[in-house]
Design a protein around this ligand. Structure first.
Ligand SMILES: [Mg+2]
Length: 86
């Protein structure tokens, strides 16, 4: 692993933590979503840079996102209240 890849992993960890922090602040203090969007943008930037350096694949990420969506559809009654109705 080279220095750039190592730095991207470190920043990825930091940005994930900042996204989690903004989620917590919305729940605790009712903050607006501007800061969350800013941190999600930061996170997206790092994902894009990791893709550019072949550390991750967008195709694999999209496949994982699709699988997650279907998993949530199976068990989340809040997100998909009518999905189990016949
Ligand atoms: Mg950030």
């Amino acid at each position: 692993m080279n220095n750039a890849q190592e730095e991207l992993l470190i920043i990825l960890m930091e940005e994930c933590a900042e996204v989690a922090q903004e989620c917590s602040k919305i729940l605790r203090f009712g903050n607006d979503h501007d800061k969350l969007e800013k941190e999600l943008g930061d996170l997206q930037c790092i994902i894009d840079m990791m893709h550019h350096r072949d550390m991750v694949s967008f195709n694999n990420i999209f496949d994982a996102a699709d699988a997650k969506y279907h998993k949530l559809k199976d068990f989340s009654t809040h997100l998909f209240p009518n999905s189990n109705e016949e």
